[in-house]
Write a protein that binds this ligand. Sequence first.
Ligand code: B16
Ligand code: MG
Length: 217
Amino acid sequence: KYKGIIFDLDGVIVDTAKFHYLAWRKLANDMGFDITLEQNEQLKGVSRIHSLERILGWGGKSVSEDKFETLMASKNEDYLARISGMSAEDLLPGVKKVLDYLYENKIPFALGSASKNARPILKGLGISEWFTAIVDGNDVHKAKPDPEVFLVAAEKLALKPEECVVFEDSVAGIEAANRAGMLSVGIGDKEVLKGADYIFADFTEIDLEFIKKLLES
Ligand code: B16
Ligand code: MG
């Protein structure tokens, strides 16, 4: 029986994924190369460090440790500037309805995000207090597709992994949820997220009956 839900943040609750892409793309362009939308799919759910390693690899660049740190810091500064001023209006369509339902029915839910910016983003959206637990890139050592972030979230919800459902928009995150032994629900493209147990284009496609059935089954 499923008893709790773990939400990814970027690309599931809020559309920050496009701002990550724009900020990484600017960094690449400044270094003389470009990254495609297809390559960006491989960055979703992936930690900041691993994202930069991959991007530099695609561009055939190698940099000193200091330069690597500087690049990460400036990407983050650029990203934060792009998402500043986020409010409840930036919740992705259909998400609020599901969170409201869970909260009213006292079904515990957690955040399981790779982002180190997750807490301020949730605060901006005005929904921090709704979460029973928040686990983000500051709390775990192994990045998705490692299941650590979701296993820690389950532990904080006091649930077994097999009692949890994960909503994810990234290939790495679906793999992490599957490896954690949880039910995986993909939010996004069917072709890209084919490893998920269920796939929806976005939350407007998910009706509350689907959620209720999961929690009853
Ligand atoms: P930050 P999620 C992930 O968040 C993003 O999908 C990924 O693109 C980003 O690189 C990663 O967080 C780290 O984010 O630079 O803010 O620490 O999808 O797991 O919520
Ligand atoms: Mg995501």
